[in-house]
Design a protein. Structure first.
Length: 341
């Protein structure tokens, strides 16, 4: 599985609190505009008084100062984002640690389903192999009988057996093509199962380590310290840590989504196959072929192309009786460690 070196944190407006911020800002602009419009006659009347005029100019000057001064502007922006995050957190789970914990539960459930799906697919492939082998035997038998019928001048029997052998050959061409597609599914599901186990263990490691680290950082870098860091132009360690965790949750969300979509597609494909009658729906094949032509897989990385080559290679024979390979973690670096360096 490819390491995560190109993960980019979401901007404020791309996060859930950003939506809240947009709504709140729109309400402020509309509400402020309405209040200014309705209060304009009163303000004009007050402006005729020198004292009130001075106060209004002072307020206007403070607003202009906040807009023009970078430190003050950053402080106001930081406070606005903090408030929007707090408000959003009342209704939506935005804590990255909590989100990652829920993804671990999703992955455990998906791995159980995927393991069952792989077993069912292996059973179908064994049956399909048996059908293909039996067809080949019957082809040879029919060709042998056609040859004997030709030798004894039994024209009708020769035609009948030859046609039957031809139909079986055509059937085997379709069944062998189906088997190759099943082999793609099997290899991909097996590799996704292996990589998803690694992903789940990496998330569990990150949650275990970073949950305590996050508590320490949030305790040592209070909201006031973070605000002072923003004013002085220093990086906000709390925000940087949370952004790294949010990048992980975004990457995991995409990978879990890909895993579930492929499982759904492979399940639909297998449900459309009727081995007893040797038929299958073309739509299932088209869905799989579309996936094969799509870009790089998040879960498989560069391994996707290798799996497709192996499935279509005459030399690389798949051993259906071999157990699913378990991931080796000894000495392996956690794929998300680079985000905290």
């Amino acid at each position: 599985m490819s390491t995560q070196t190109d993960l980019k944190p979401k901007s404020f407006w791309q996060r859930p609190e950003g939506v809240t911020g947009m709504i709140f800002m729109a309400a402020l602009v509309l509400g402020g505009g309405f209040l200014l419009y309705t209060a304009m006659p009163t303000l004009l009347l007050l402006a005729q008084n020198t004292l009130y005029l001075a106060l209004m100019l002072g307020v206007l000057g403070a607003i202009v100062y906040m807009v023009l001064d970078p430190k003050m502007r950053n402080l106001v922006w930081y406070m606005y984002k903090s408030v929007m995050r707090w408000v959003t957190g009342l209704f939506v789970q935005i804590d990255p640690i909590g989100i990652l914990k829920s993804y671990v539960d999703d992955l455990k459930d998906n791995l159980r389903k995927m393991n069952k799906q792989i077993s069912q697919l292996r059973g179908q492939m064994h049956k399909l192999q048996e059908i293909i082998v039996n067809n080949k035997k019957e082809i040879q038998s029919n060709l042998s009988m056609a040859s004997k019928a030709k030798a004894t001048n039994k024209q009708s029997v020769m035609i009948l057996k030859s046609r039957k052998a031809g139909r079986l050959k055509e059937s085997n061409v379709r069944l062998e093509d189906l088997y190759r597609k099943m082999e793609v599914l099997y290899r991909v599901l097996s590799k996704m199962y292996e990589n998803s186990q690694v992903l789940m263990e990496d998330i569990q490691d990150q949650v275990m380590v970073k949950e305590q680290e996050r508590k320490i950082i949030h305790t040592s870098h209070s909201a006031m310290k973070s605000a002072m860091s923003v004013i002085s132009g220093d990086p906000d360690k709390r925000a940087m840590f949370d952004m790294a965790m949010e990048s992980i949750t975004e990457d995991v969300a995409n990978k879990v989504g890909e895993m579930e979509r492929f499982m759904e597609m492979s399940s639909s494909f297998m449900d459309s196959v009727d081995l007893q009658n040797g038929i299958f729906e073309e739509e299932g094949l088209r869905m799989l072929e579309k996936w094969e032509k799509e870009g790089v897989s998040l879960l498989l990385g560069e391994e996707k192309d290798n799996l497709l080559l192996q499935a279509n290679s005459e030399e690389d024979v798949l051993d259906l009786d071999a157990p699913i390979q378990e991931p080796i973690r000894e000495g392996r670096r956690n794929q998300y460690d680079n985000l905290f360096e």
